[in-house]
Design a protein around this ligand. Structure first.
Ligand code: N2P
Length: 363
C-alpha cells in the first residue's frame, strides 16, 4: 500500500515551480471565441495551466507570429491568408496524429476544403468557421431606409444608404484582410482580385462611404458596440454579431440586433488550430487540440460563441436555438453563394495595407 502511495507523495512534494513550468499551455486565440468553462475543465482534467491571450484581427496575429519566438503553443489563424503564409514560412509544426486520437471526429468534407492549402491536413485542424457580414439594428435600418432589402451589403456600401444611417452609427472592423474581399464581391469583381484596377475600385467604394462611417475599430470593439446599440450597422464576423444580439437581448434595453449574410455572396472562412514551430510546449498543445475535438466540448463552445465547429457528432448537443439558426449554420443554398479568400502576393498585400490606411485616415 505504502509503496503504491510513494510515487503520489513524491509528486505532491515536488517543488511547485518545476511542476508549474512544465505544465503551462500558452494559447493565442481570437477574442470571444471559447467557453471559459472548457478551459477550466482542461486544467482540471490534465493539471496543465492555461495562459490565454487574445487577438481580434488577422493582422495582429500575423504581426505577432511572423517575427518568430512568440512563446505561444497554440494559435488559431484563418486558413487563408494567415495559416497558409505561416505554413509556407515553415512556422508551423506538423501535428502528431498519434497524440490526437479525437482527430477522427473532424468532418472530412470540411477538412478537405482546407487541405487545398495544407496537403494531407498535416498542420491544422478546423476549430470553428463562419462568414463575414453585417450586424444591424433592423428597426433603425428600416426606419432610415424604408423598403430596403435586409439581406444585402447595399445597406452599407451604397453611399446614399450610408448617409442616412450615419447618425445611428456605422462601423467597419479594422481588417483589410477580412473586409476587402467582401467589398470586391459587392462590386461584382473577383473577391480575390489584386490588380491595380481592383484596388482602385475597392478604394473608391470605401472612400464614398467614409464620411458616414463612425469608427473603424478591431472586431472586439464592434461586438461591444453592437451589443450596446452604439452601432446600427457594422461589418464584422457572423458569430460576433449573434453574440452581440444575445447580449443585447439579455441587457433588455430595447436593442435588437440581427445578422445579414450578404446575398451578393458572403466570405466564408475556416479557423485552424495550429502549433508554432518554436512552441515551448507542443505536447500540451496536442493535448489541448485533442481535448477540444471532443463532441461535448465542441458543443459547449458553439453554444457559447455561436460559430459552427467541424465535429458533426457535437450537433445533437448544440442547443436547438443555435442549431436551427441559419446565421450560425447556413443552409446549402446560402453556402453555395459563399467564397473563400485567398492569399494575396506580398506586393498586393502592401497595396491593400496602404489603401486601408488612407481609408482609415479619410484621405
Ligand atoms: C471571434 C472572431 C471570429 C474569427 N471574435 C474570425 N475568423
Amino acid at each position: 500500500m505504502l509503496r503504491r502511495l510513494l510515487p503520489l507523495l513524491a509528486l505532491l512534494l515536488a517543488p511547485a515551480s518545476v511542476a508549474a513550468q512544465e505544465r503551462v499551455l500558452n494559447v493565442y486565440n481570437w477574442s470571444d471565441y471559447i467557453d471559459p468553462a472548457v478551459v477550466e475543465r482542461f486544467t482540471r482534467e490534465t493539471g496543465i495551466r492555461v495562459r490565454y491571450d487574445v487577438y481580434d484581427s488577422l493582422e495582429t496575429l500575423e504581426g505577432r507570429l511572423s517575427a518568430g519566438r512568440s512563446g505561444y503553443d497554440l494559435i488559431v489563424p484563418t486558413s487563408e491568408p494567415t495559416f497558409a503564409r505561416l505554413l509556407r514560412a515553415g512556422a508551423l509544426l506538423p501535428l502528431d496524429r498519434a497524440r490526437i486520437p479525437n482527430w477522427g471526429n473532424l468532418d472530412p468534407t470540411l477538412m478537405a476544403r482546407v487541405a487545398v492549402i495544407d496537403p494531407g491536413n498535416r498542420h491544422g485542424a478546423i476549430y470553428l468557421w463562419g462568414t463575414v457580414g453585417l450586424g444591424i439594428r433592423p428597426d433603425l435600418v428600416r426606419a432610415a431606409l424604408p423598403g430596403v432589402a435586409l439581406d444585402s451589403l447595399d445597406i452599407l456600401m451604397k453611399p446614399e444608404n450610408a448617409r442616412r444611417l450615419a447618425r445611428c452609427g456605422i462601423m467597419v472592423m479594422d481588417s483589410p484582410t477580412d473586409v476587402l474581399p467582401s467589398v470586391l464581391r459587392w462590386l461584382g469583381r473577383d473577391p480575390n482580385g489584386h490588380s491595380d484596377a481592383d484596388h482602385r475600385a475597392a478604394e473608391a467604394a470605401l472612400r464614398a462611404i467614409r464620411p458616414h462611417v463612425r469608427a473603424i475599430v478591431p472586431s472586439s470593439a464592434i461586438l461591444d458596440a453592437l451589443a450596446t446599440g452604439e452601432a446600427c450597422v457594422a461589418l464584422t464576423y457572423s458569430g460576433d454579431v449573434i453574440q452581440a444580439a444575445t447580449r443585447a437581448r439579455e441587457a433588455n434595453r430595447g436593442v435588437e440586433v440581427g445578422y445579414v449574410m450578404p446575398r451578393e455572396g458572403a466570405q466564408l472562412w475556416f479557423d485552424l488550430m495550429a502549433i508554432p514551430a518554436d512552441a515551448p510546449n507542443p505536447e500540451a498543445a496536442h493535448a489541448f487540440i485533442n481535448f477540444l475535438l471532443q463532441p461535448d466540448v465542441m458543443a459547449a463552445i458553439t453554444n457559447q460563441v455561436r460559430y459552427p465547429n467541424a465535429v458533426p457528432t457535437s450537433r445533437p448537443m448544440v442547443a436547438a436555438a443555435v442549431r436551427d439558426d441559419r446565421n450560425v449554420f447556413p443552409d446549402d443554398a446560402a453556402l453555395a453563394r459563399t467564397f473563400v479568400a485567398g492569399t494575396p502576393p506580398r506586393e498586393a498585400e502592401r497595396a491593400r495595407t496602404r489603401l486601408w490606411s488612407r481609408f482609415k485616415a479619410g484621405r
